[in-house]
Design a binder for this molecule. Structure first.
Ligand code: Q9C
Ligand code: ZN
Length: 589
């Protein structure tokens, strides 16, 4: 009878396992319950119940058992030795059989029957953790008002699984990745346990990014320093925002991910250091090392240019970390695991081109995140808004011919006289990507410096109309805060308030079902970047942002700003691409 029980349990276990694997989340909970009931019935009736009864009635007192336990083992050993190898394995290891005490069931931790039953029972009563972690955020997302069910591209509660593939979903975001058929996802305890995330604002940060520092150790010579992200991170902590958010695990971008935007040479060159280069192919290594070109900076440190320092120990890790963190945050928001997100990362990325670092940047984190959304999740429409005071030349370059990524940058331009010099309004994209690159290029110096009125006007007249017409699946923001008041003329000189960036964030949240991911780019005035980060995270959390004063809302943008906006509208109006037709109905005001 004992072997029958074990056989039955095994059969059910196998069945359960098969169903679990094949049917995945759909029927799992139902089958799980059914199996549990069946197993309980089989196990309890009739043999085990009887055995347990016997077991209870013949059980000795704990004290007696204590003394008798060693004797049993001794006896068994003797018995096993005496009886030779003819005994079946299960029986041979079974203390009851050996003891000759056939009807008495003593619980013995060495008894394989007991162990097997215990393992199986505990396994059966463990709740299905995999489907829950996959489906819970989805369910939450579905219950959010204003979200289209179809956008998720996953079947609703009662739809067959096959619909996920066949239905023409209104957006491209796929369901959470299901384990691939063919390779069975065995429940291995070694695999990383899926963390269950609250459907809220995601935050990402890693102290390793603080190690990217000039060897001279003089922060005043290097405005893009470790204290930037350190102080933002502390600010979010101090204001109690961090606890309302969900912190996600940080990670470095893989060399392969970096290559979705950068050349192989660039990736090997800046994505590795002396230590991990040892693992790489020797020929390539010789090639890149022979081309190493660093300059000695006036401060005594090493750099690729005076802005962009190189720390042989930490720069590659820090910049890969920044890209990896932004990428993972974006992937989680796209998959519906998080509502939106804010990445407290450095070094920045938007100046980094396919094959060159520039302006503090090595890897273009936002561009890499966008490429990963395309490649890993098939996201079809991505909006990148870049409100860093500098033009994101690297991001523009990466998607210049790509109509599936709309790049909108607001930057100080001054007819090409402000760093990096690119970003003319007439740069509208090329080929199929024509019309999908929008440069709101402020010109006119600091007379007066651009402020809230100008940025609000740009959003009202250009950014939001185009963005709504484009109807992105997700919005990535190159969120530099160097346009915030507090930055010297050389590093911006504008007077946008931190609060205003909270407003701009909230406006972007009206797009893409609220899937907005902000990644820190530039900005070095600590008060400015902390205030602005706080305002943006508050907005992402959906907290009531204190309103901008009426005078600011009523304020007309300055003449230079109006001229700059007219330039954008003209550049895009001439082409009359479908998605910028929105400009014409809005440009009148
Ligand atoms: N050599 C970011 O904000 N400074 N980068 C140029 C002239 C460049 C700013 C000074 C500042 C780069 C991400
Ligand atoms: Zn900047």
């Amino acid at each position: 009878p004992e072997q029958n029980i074990i056989a039955s349990v095994c059969v059910f276990a196998c069945l359960h396992c098969c169903i679990y694997v094949c049917v995945q989340a759909q029927l799992c909970m139902f089958m799980h319950s059914l199996m549990c009931i069946l197993v309980v019935c089989v196990v309890s009736e009739p043999t085990l119940k009887w055995k347990l009864k016997k077991h209870i009635s013949t059980r000795q007192s704990p004290l007696q058992r204590k003394t008798s336990a060693p004797a049993t083992i001794k006896h068994r050993t003797k018995e096993t030795l005496a009886s030779g190898v003819a005994r079946p394995i299960l029986g041979g290891l079974n203390p009851y059989r050996g003891s000759g005490d056939k009807n008495v069931c003593k619980f013995n931790p060495f008894c394989p029957t007991h162990i097997l039953l215990l393992i199986l029972l505990s396994w059966f009563f463990t709740p299905c953790s995999l489907p829950q972690t996959h489906w819970e955020p989805q369910r939450q997302a579905l219950h959010r008002p204003g979200i289209q069910l179809d956008f998720l591209g996953v079947p609703g509660a009662h739809r067959p699984l096959s619909r996920a593939r066949s239905s023409p979903a209104s957006t491209s975001l796929p369901p959470p990745p299901l384990p691939t058929t063919g390779s069975l996802p065995l429940p291995s305890p070694a695999a990383e346990t899926p963390v269950k995330l609250r459907f809220t604002t995601g935050l990402v940060h890693d102290a390793q990014m603080q190690k990217h520092q000039c060897t001279c150790g003089d922060n005043s010579r290097h405005p893009e320093h470790a204290g930037r992200i350190q102080s933002i991170w502390s600010r979010l902590q101090e204001r109690g925002l961090k606890t309302q958010c969900e912190r996600i695990r940080s990670r470095k971008a893989t060399l392969e991910e970096l290559q979705s935007v950068h050349s192989e040479k660039h990736v090997l060159f800046y994505g590795t250091n002396t230590l991990n280069r040892l693992k790489l192919d020797n020929q390539k290594l010789t090639a890149i090392l022979s081309q190493q070109m660093f300059v000695m900076l006036p401060c005594g440190g090493l750099g690729v240019d005076t802005d962009t320092i190189w720390n042989e120990m930490h720069t590659s890790t820090a910049s890969r970390m920044a890209a990896g963190c932004v990428t993972d945050l974006a992937l989680k928001v796209a998959q519906g695991e998080l509502k939106n997100g804010f990445a407290v990362v450095r070094p920045p990325g938007h100046h980094a081109t396919r094959s060159s670092p520039l302006g503090f940047c090595f890897f273009n984190s936002v561009a890499i995140a966008a490429k990963q959304l395309q490649q890993k999740l098939n996201v079809s429409k991505i909006l990148i808004v870049d409100w860093d005071v500098h033009h994101g030349n690297g991001t523009q370059e990466a998607f210049y011919k790509d109509p599936s990524v709309l790049y909108i940058s607001l930057h100080r331009y001054d007819n090409g006289n402000f760093f990096p010099g690119s970003g003319d309004p007439t740069e509208v994209g090329a080929g199929a990507g024509e019309g999908f690159n929008v440069n709101v290029a402020w010109t006119g110096g600091l007379n007066p410096p651009m402020g809230d009125a100008e940025y609000l006007a740009a959003f009202r007249a250009v950014v939001m109309p185009i963005a709504h017409e484009f109807a992105p699946d997700i919005v990535l923001v190159s969120a530099g805060f160097d346009a915030v008041e507090g930055h010297s003329a050389l590093l911006g000189g504008y007077k946008v308030t931190a609060k205003c960036f909270g407003f701009l964030t909230r406006q972007l949240m009206s797009l893409a079902g609220g899937r907005v991911v902000l990644a820190l780019e530039g900005g070095h005035d600590l008060t400015a970047i902390c205030d602005a980060s706080e305002a943006c995270v508050s907005a992402l959390l959906g907290m009531g942002v204190e309103p901008l004063s009426q005078s600011v809302l009523d304020q007309k943008p300055c003449v230079n700003a109006v001229r700059s906006l007219q330039e954008v509208i003209k550049a895009h109006g001439e082409k009359r691409t479908p998605h910028t037709s929105a400009l014409h109905s809005h440009s009148a005001g």
